[in-house]
Design a protein around this ligand. Structure first.
Ligand SMILES: Cc1cc2nc3c(=O)[nH]c(=O)nc-3n(C[C@H](O)[C@H](O)[C@H](O)COP(=O)(O)OP(=O)(O)OC[C@H]3O[C@@H](n4cnc5c(N)ncnc54)[C@H](O)[C@@H]3O)c2cc1C
Length: 365
């Protein structure tokens, strides 16, 4: 029993650490905010009951005595007052039953409204048909050609509303002022309230890359979504193999986070992440932290074209042998997700086919 509780506690701590790791400025999740709101509502309602009860015209003795008797057990149990006799309280002696009825009805209405408000899932901010503008509030350079862009949502308690596995379409202007649209996958989830983050790799001649390079804090980005063919539900496979190259990590990262943040999700993830050099590895610290904190659920194998002298990951391109050693074996209840530059995607599809992974067992973002 204690072992079980320890395990649950350990898991809760890990999940909490993960959330704080991913949103250092705003550790509160939507769930935590709702719990606070629920507590506040309960407190306000309790104060209101007390005030109403004290303000009531004390008249009818009998009715209140019956109610006091009915309330006594749960009240005493809740407050842990074993010997409190509600019937002896002054308000219990005389109370107008009509007034009491009205109070109970009002309270029931209030509770129902508060419950509906609290349990209503927050509405997302995206529109699949129309572009909406989001303000860039922070730009953090991650390497010579990659940056993390944080965009504010309309209110501090708004959520983006992007289902796990989906992406967004972004509109900007290239270096000639021509309109350009490209897909991106936020690395934040709906458990991050008030903002969303994009990690973008900017190529020297890339059209949208130019737009992102030029963006300054305070500028707005036009975004439309959600879109994409992939959707994720906990337990849809036993294990994922993931093969990512460069900025192809972002769709994987989103799914990995969703899996690891959900203690009920038992899906295992095996990630192979290919880059040119160590400094090109996006989100390395976060990925390595996931591997340390969730060793039974997540494994990452880095592969580099130009490894440093001390390197215990893979070297060169992702080969059939690397896939064989670091991905789940072909089976109906596993899936291999791929996302990388076109040449890498083609090479991986060939390797996977030769290793016996059917097209149902593969997905390319
Ligand atoms: C579903 C989806 C999600 C994506 N999510 C992200 C994301 O979160 N972050 C991110 O940075 N990118 C992401 N991408 C890639 C993104 O959509 C753009 O393709 C990328 O930013 C380059 O666009 P560009 O207009 O700057 O380059 P383009 O003008 O389209 O290309 C110019 C040149 O840049 C180089 N280039 C372009 N794309 C790549 C590439 N992927 N690998 C290697 N070289 C390339 C090529 O040499 C190319 O000739 C995603 C793509 C898809 C399909």
């Amino acid at each position: 029993m204690m072992k079980g509780i320890d395990k649950v506690m350990e898991h809760a701590e890990q999940t909490d650490r993960l959330r704080r790791l991913m949103s250092p400025n705003r550790g509160r999740s939507v769930k935590q905010n709702r719990q606070k709101l629920l507590l506040l509502t309960q407190l306000i309602t309790s104060v209101l009951i007390l005030l109403l009860v004290l303000a009531i015209d004390i008249e009818n003795e009998g009715a209140m005595k019956v109610i006091a008797k009915m309330l006594e057990l749960p009240f005493n149990m809740a407050l842990r007052f074993p010997n409190l006799d509600l019937q002896s309280l002054p308000f219990a002696q005389n109370l107008n039953p009509e007034v009491l009825g009205a109070i109970v009805a009002l309270l029931a209405l209030g509770f129902t409204a508060a419950y509906k408000y609290i349990t209503k899932p927050p509405k997302g901010c995206l529109d699949p048909e129309n572009f909406k503008d989001f303000k860039l509030i922070k730009k953090t350079q991650l390497s010579h050609n990659a940056a993390r862009f944080r965009f504010a949502l309309p209110t501090p308690s708004s959520i983006l509303g992007l289902p796990v596995g989906k992406n967004i379409l972004v509109r900007g202007k290239d270096s000639n002022g021509e309109k350009v649209e490209r897909s991106y996958t936020p690395i934040t989830l709906d458990s991050n309230v008030g903002y969303f983050d994009l990690v973008v790799k900017m190529y020297p001649n890339g059209k949208m890359s130019h737009h992102f390079r030029e963006m300054k804090e305070g500028d707005y980005l036009a975004v439309r979504g959600p879109k994409g063919r992939f959707s994720y539900k906990p337990g849809q496979v036993r294990a994922f193999g993931m093969i990512a190259g460069g900025s192809g990590i972002t769709p994987m990262f989103q799914i990995i986070r969703a899996i690891l943040e959900n203690p009920k999700d038992k899906t295992k993830v095996h990630l192979i992440y290919a880059n040119v050099a160590v400094e090109d590895i996006l989100l390395k610290e976060e990925l390595d932290n996931f591997a340390d904190n969730f060793p039974h659920r997540f494994k990452v194998y880095h592969v580099l074209n130009k490894p440093p002298q001390q390197w215990n990951g893979g070297i060169g391109f992702v080969s059939k042998d690397i896939i064989k050693s670091h991905c789940p074996q072909p089976a109906q209840n596993i899936q291999i997700l791929r996302c990388g530059p076109p040449a890498m995607n083609t090479a991986m599809a060939t390797h996977l086919g030769e290793l016996g992974y059917t097209s149902n067992m593969q997905f390319q973002f």
